[in-house]
Write a protein that binds this ligand. Structure first.
Ligand code: AHR
Length: 517
């Protein structure tokens, strides 16, 4: 180990254990780039849930908190920095009880709604279709609207599409104009219901597939707006659900099927485990369960391959992330939790999995954007902090729309206390339009530094340009309103590129991205 590999540890005050080191030989197949990593894999999700919208995004036009027409300025600016590619709204479970017409028209008039799923609170519907789509325009991000199948009607969804996207004379387009918006918006991504096996109507797969076909028929393409139609997909490992969606809905009637999977260390759903008060056992359980995403994506893709070998129908992982016990003192149904270095690792591992499956995975949406579950931001009145997860999205934006380069490595396997095994290292690599290669690495091991040697197959002449790292003193470290920069991204220099070989000393429990040009 050279002295440079100790620098991050010394800077952070670690007592580095020199004996805890392993080696790894890794190959980036720079000549085998075939598929593009859609930027939509780096997508987000904002639901009418707790302080996710109200307080987190929307503060209203009369607020003293700096805002753009009622939307928090700090959030808009931070999202622009990470080039947010899409935003899913209004749910989640909320989508299947959201009636969009309640959220349009003069602000004094909209009827209030009870958010029965999330805390039973009353919302005033002041954030509706116009506010959401205006926000997406400021962010230059693609809106992804999830419509109401569980408690809605075919007519309601059909009119929503007309209201938003029709440019000619029609009752809905005229109503939109009456409400202040002349030109139609472009909305490509539409979900037909959410979790229709559960909160979205407790339907059987066969029943939902029939409903999907009916709803989908009346959701029209107006003008140049082409809908990308997303089927409400399976929960976790419900392979039967996926099978029915692929079999009962013709390929030409759908563009994507969604998948939901959350990670938690606890023994059962409802006892998820603490977000900050966790030990090594909880940590490894969380990481082992994060890697389960690899199996889920592979097995669901294999089913899709049988019906759609050309991969025209995409897998849309539109809810993923860590789910823990609610933050002590918060409203139970608001799903508020802190976010530590462990969660940064959860995010990076998931994103590497999605990158590596980009032939089938077109979009993914971490749950959720602000104040809910594995959030990128936490707010408290006028204060806002970026969580460690935010910094992962910042680091990984280099992969947006870049060509995936396959990575192979004989990786060491670790196991949690329940015997669930997972790789010590997770990696993905891509080449961007300027020809730069980015290699992202996650060392999931809490104690071993990894001396990694990487060859770039099928190419030459690359030199190391820069490196970035996310590493905390303790795996439990998080950003708080008092200490907002405990876990951040900073420059990483402990790598060398010589004679076509890249060597990296990858610290324990770290996330690193290296740029080569
Ligand atoms: O993200 C929180 C909830 O989790 C969503 O509303 C629902 O779709 C899922 O069960």
């Amino acid at each position: 180990m050279n002295i440079r590999s100790l620098l991050p540890a010394l800077m952070l005050g670690f007592s580095a254990d020199l004996s805890a080191q392993s080696t790894l030989l890794l190959t980036v197949h720079a000549d085998r780039g075939e598929h593009t990593i859609s930027r939509h894999i780096y997508g987000h999700f904002a639901e009418h849930l707790g302080r996710g919208i109200y307080g987190g995004i929307w503060v209203g036009e009369d607020s003293s908190i700096p805002h753009i027409d009622g939307v928090r300025k700090d959030i808009v600016e931070a999202l622009k920095q990470i080039k947010i590619p899409n935003l899913r709204w209004p749910g989640g479970c909320s989508a299947d009880e959201y009636h969009w017409m309640d959220g349009i028209g003069p602000r004094e008039q909209p009827p209030k709604m009870i958010n029965t799923h999330w805390g039973g609170v009353t919302e005033d519907n002041s954030f509706g279709t116009h506010e959401f789509l205006n926000l997406c325009e400021w962010l230059e991000t693609e809106p992804y609207i999830c419509s109401n199948v569980g408690s809605g009607t075919v007519e309601e969804m059909s009119k929503w599409v007309e209201y938003i996207t029709f440019e000619g004379e029609s009752p809905m387009a005229n109503l939109r104009r009456q409400n202040g918006r002349q030109e139609p918006w472009k909305v490509k991504y539409w979900g037909v219901g959410n979790e229709n096996w559960g909160c979205g109507g407790n339907m059987t797969a066969e029943y939902y597939a029939g409903e999907y076909r009916r709803y989908n028929t009346y959701a029209r393409n107006y003008g140049e707006n082409r809908l990308f139609r997303i089927v409400g997909g399976p929960n976790v490992d419900d392979y039967h659900w996926m099978e029915v969606m692929m079999k009962n809905i013709p390929t030409g009637q759908k563009n994507g099927v969604s998948l939901h999977y959350y990670t938690y260390p606890g023994d059962t759903w409802g006892k998820w485990g603490s977000a900050i008060d966790f030990d090594e056992t909880d940590y490894y359980r969380t990481i082992a369960r994060t890697f389960y995403m690899e199996e889920l994506v592979s097995k669901h893709s294999a089913i899709m391959d049988r019906y759609d070998p050309q991969k025209r129908v995409k897998l849309i992982v539109d809810e993923w992330g860590a789910w823990y016990d609610p933050h002590p003192g918060s409203v139970i149904g608001f799903l508020e939790q802190q976010n530590t270095m462990r969660d940064a690792i959860v995010a990076a591992v998931n994103l590497n999995i999605f990158n590596n499956h980009c032939d089938r995975v077109h979009m993914a949406n971490i749950a959720q954007l602000v104040n809910v579950l594995q959030a990128l931001f936490l707010t408290n009145e006028e204060k806002m902090i970026r969580t460690p997860t935010y910094h992962v999205f910042d680091m990984y934006q280099v992969h947006h729309d870049a060509v995936l380069l396959p990575v192979t490595m004989p990786v060491k396997m670790l196991a949690d206390d329940r015997g669930m095994t997972f790789p010590q290292v997770s990696a993905s690599a891509s080449k961007n339009a300027e020809g730069k290669i980015h290699l992202s690495l996650v060392n999931t091991d809490l104690s071993e530094t990894i001396a990694l040697t990487c060859s770039l197959e099928g190419t030459s002449g690359f030199t190391g340009e820069m490196g970035q790292i996310i590493l905390a003193k303790n795996i439990q470290d998080y950003n708080s309103f008092d200490q907002p920069n405990q876990v951040v991204m900073y420059e990483f220099t402990d790598f060398q590129m010589e004679d076509g070989l890249l060597t990296v000393n990858l610290p324990a429990a770290s996330i690193v991205t290296i740029a080569l040009k």
